[in-house]
Design a protein around this ligand. Structure first.
Ligand code: GLU
Length: 312
């Protein structure tokens, strides 16, 4: 992996954070390319972090494929699972202690409550809650996007009254499968806003645009939101570049950062790549994954600049 010449080193630290639950597609390629360009333009470092938290959906062969596809695109990074670095390990499945420390801080700060609601809520907690878009019906797919995660109705919220006692009484560590989820209580009605370096001012209302979200699942696995902020802080990330389908997650993460005493990085959200029906690219678009396109003879430059080929 090429390292930066000493004269170019700056404080900028960006990251690529693929989830190895499928092959990378055109949307990933364009976002990761932007992340790489911004790190290079700033003379900074780029970190590859493998977001393999979900033991049921993550696969080692997808992680290997992601590294191979990124390299094929010409993207380079200075730290990662393949080449190590000062913040190792770079696989989330190996970073539980970092997430536990963050969980404890949130618990002590009175931000969490135990929740015994359904398995369905659980399933949505691990994956980043990508928002869906329909470019065909909305003038602005970024502003009008919908969040896939339902707003939690607050059924177990009253249980937060027990937290002071629980803290005093040695709450079981969340990694033990104790059968409860831990939720972050959002400040209802608070405006959470930020200036996105690409899309401008973004505004969300806590409790209306998103509700209390899970930070630790009942089966002992931390959520995407918690792991993401804990890692971005621990890895010294100064700018997060990712898809616009995670704008609302950024609002959640700003609340988590405040509760944890972490500084916010800068945010740069890339416009989404949509298919011919105006839907966000996802795992269902097998024919638009980078491997398939490479086999059809496309080059990285075609992928970055060209119209998407039809799927069939
Ligand atoms: N691992 C997440 C995903 O692939 C990306 C999250 C992020 O960039 O914060 O959806």
């Amino acid at each position: 992996m090429a390292s930066l010449p000493a004269t170019q080193v700056s404080a900028y630290r960006g990251r690529l954070a693929p989830s190895p639950t499928g092959y990378l597609h055109v949307g990933h390629a364009r976002t990761f390319w932007t992340a790489w360009q911004r790190a290079r333009d700033a003379g900074g470092a780029l970190i590859l972090r493998m977001e393999d938290l979900d033991p049921d959906r993550s696969r080692a062969d997808y992680a290997d494929a992601a590294i191979e596809d990124l390299r094929w695109m010409g993207i380079r990074w200075q730290e990662g699972p393949d080449n190590g670095g000062p913040c190792a390990p770079y696989e989330q499945s190996r970073r539980k202690p970092v997430y536990l420390a963050a969980w404890r801080t949130l618990l002590r700060g009175g931000h969490l409550y135990p929740c015994s609601c359904s398995r369905k809520d659980l399933e949505s907690a691990l994956a980043a809650p990508h928002e869906s878009v329909s470019a065909g019906t909305h003038a602005n797919p970024v502003q009008d996007s919908l969040d896939d995660e339902p707003i939690y109705p607050g059924t177990c919220r009253t249980q937060q009254d027990n937290i002071p006692q629980l803290v005093g009484l040695n709450v079981p560590e969340p990694e033990a499968p104790v059968g409860i989820n831990w939720r972050f209580r959002v400040p209802d009605g608070e405006l959470v806003w930020f200036k996105d370096a690409n899309l401008g001012i973004q505004r969300f209302i806590a409790g209306r645009d998103f509700g209390d979200f899970v930070v630790w699942r009942r089966d002992g696995v931390p959520s995407y939101q918690l792991a993401c902020v804990a890692d971005d802080a621990a890895m010294g990330i100064t700018e997060v570049v990712r898809g616009a389908d995670l704008l609302k997650s950024t609002a959640r993460q700003i609340l988590l950062n405040r509760a944890l005493g972490f500084e916010n990085p800068r945010w740069f959200h890339c416009r989404l790549v949509v298919d011919h029906n105006g839907r966000r690219l996802a795992k269902r678009h097998d024919a638009l994954n980078l491997r398939a396109l490479r086999e059809r003879g496309l080059t990285p430059m075609n992928i970055l600049s060209a119209e998407l080929p039809a799927e069939a």
